[in-house]
Write a protein that binds this ligand. Structure first.
Ligand code: NZQ
Ligand code: ZN
Length: 393
């Protein structure tokens, strides 16, 4: 096990009706003037936004609003939010939505207290010291895990999608009412499930040894997701299954299952290129990429992939041929993704093989360095994209 620090300072307030406590929690964390950030339409249409704003009014908290955040959120909304914050001396940001809304709120929180341009941090052009405004969240989709993570992912208007990480952007509190996820379209529910599985698996695919506890925790999380996912797809109003899935999405990405390990974020980096080019839903892009990455690297650590197949996907361990077990596990993963309605190849997401050179260039061209179990360069990444492109079923 590697040395580590684990910092997860967020107060998670979980369960039915908890959104009505937004005002109380904002007061607790010293908010006076709040920017409430939300998405396209779901929070407004469901009445959630009104309930949250009512709870702010009850506590006498002044607020401004910024709506219209799109999935794969863009820089323009961040700049708009920064202007509102600066013009009105806002001291706290409250996103009401999913990863895209929360990530925009995090970027506004960073950018508002920065002399330079927040985007230079994301593109690694600059490495400013940051002093972000505090944020709290009201989560509406189990997926990205941004409600507990140190990350924010934003996309430029010309399709460059980049993430930024700092413990300073972890929310002060996150309100998580699983009932709010019952209005999700099945495709979004499924994409969220693929995303949380990726967050666990990218930490699971580690070269670090003696990480039994985090392996076991990861496997329990994955098994829970596999068991609960069909229930929420079949019956969107299954509160208990929604609740398990929601908590799993947070634990998948607050780094509980990543500590003490070298981690592998290849699938995420490759997927961000698909989101950037084709505006693909993040989890759906991962469903196409992740099994291809696994197929490409499993031979570098057959015992780990065979263990995954056995402990998570219930494949009987073939002691004479563990490679076969490993391979069956990857196919079982694909079968599961398909069963919940996720895409499995480029055609399913309208991506083009001819665009692979553009993606490789954006990832760094000849300087590409990915992978953890297995080091991956440009040729390897090209081969992985091709595996994902041409997978047939
Ligand atoms: O805009 P509205 O109308 O709200 O619709 C949204 C959106 O179309 C809809 N939705 C959300 N909650 C709903 C709902 N529809 C009905 N009922 C509800 N309760 O769902 C759609 C997707 O929303 P989005 O916020 O984009 O989903 P998600 O949480 O999957 O976030 C994806 C973004 O997070 C980034 C991804 O790259 C992507 O940009 N990620 C952020 C991470 C982080 N900050 O830690 C880590 C992840 O790996 C990921 O990269
Ligand atoms: Zn993700």
């Amino acid at each position: 096990m590697e040395n580590f620090e684990f910092y997860s300072p967020t107060q998670f307030v979980f369960g039915k009706d908890t959104e009505n406590r937004a005002g109380e929690l904002l007061k607790k964390y010293g908010a006076h003037k709040v920017l409430v950030v939300y998405g396209g339409k779901s929070a407004k249409e469901s009445g959630l936004l009104d309930r949250v704003l009512d709870s702010l009014k009850k506590e006498g908290i002044e607020y401004f609003t910024l709506g219209g955040i799109k999935p794969n959120p863009r820089t323009d909304k961040v700049y708009e939010g920064i202007d509102i914050v600066r013009d009105n001396n806002i001291d706290f940001i409250l996103p009401v939505g999913g990863g895209s809304v929360i990530d925009t709120a995090k970027a506004i929180a960073i950018g508002s207290n920065l002399e330079g341009d927040f985007w230079d941090l994301y593109t690694k052009k600059e490495d400013y010291e940051i002093n972000p405004l505090p944020i709290g969240t009201v989560l509406t989709i189990s997926a990205a895990g941004s409600e507990g993570s140190d990350s924010t992912v934003i996309q430029s208007l010309d399709g460059i999608k980049r993430g930024y990480h700092s413990d300073k952007v972890r929310p002060k509190f996150s309100i998580m009412n699983p009932e709010l996820t019952e209005t999700l379209p099945p495709y979004q529910t499924a994409a969220g499930i693929a995303d949380m599985m990726a967050h666990i698996l990218e930490r699971y695919m580690t070269p670090s040894e003696d990480v039994l506890l985090t392996d076991e925790l990861s496997e329990a999380l994955l098994r829970t997701v596999l068991e609960e996912a069909p229930k929420v797809i079949e019956n969107p109003n299954d509160y208990q299954a929604r609740a398990n899935i929601m908590w799993a999405s947070t634990l998948a990405h607050n780094n509980l299952v990543g500590v003490g390990k070298v981690q592998d974020w290849t699938s995420h980096h490759l997927e961000h290129e698909l989101s950037g080019l084709y505006d693909v839903t993040h989890g759906a892009g991962l469903a196409v990429i992740m099994p291809a990455v696994m197929e490409y690297i499993y031979k570098s650590d057959v015992p780990r992939f065979a263990r995954l197949a056995n402990k998570v996907f219930g494949i009987e361990m073939n002691e004479d041929n563990p490679e076969e077990t490993a391979k069956q596990g990857i196919e079982a993963f694909r079968k599961f993704l398909k069963s919940i309605g996720m895409p499995l190849n480029f055609k399913d997401i309208n991506a083009k093989v001819e665009d692979i050179p553009i993606m490789l260039e954006s990832l760094g061209g000849d300087n590409i360095k990915e992978g953890a179990i297995q080091a991956l360069d440009k040729d390897d990444i090209e081969a992985i994209y091709k595996l994902a492109a041409n997978y047939s079923y």
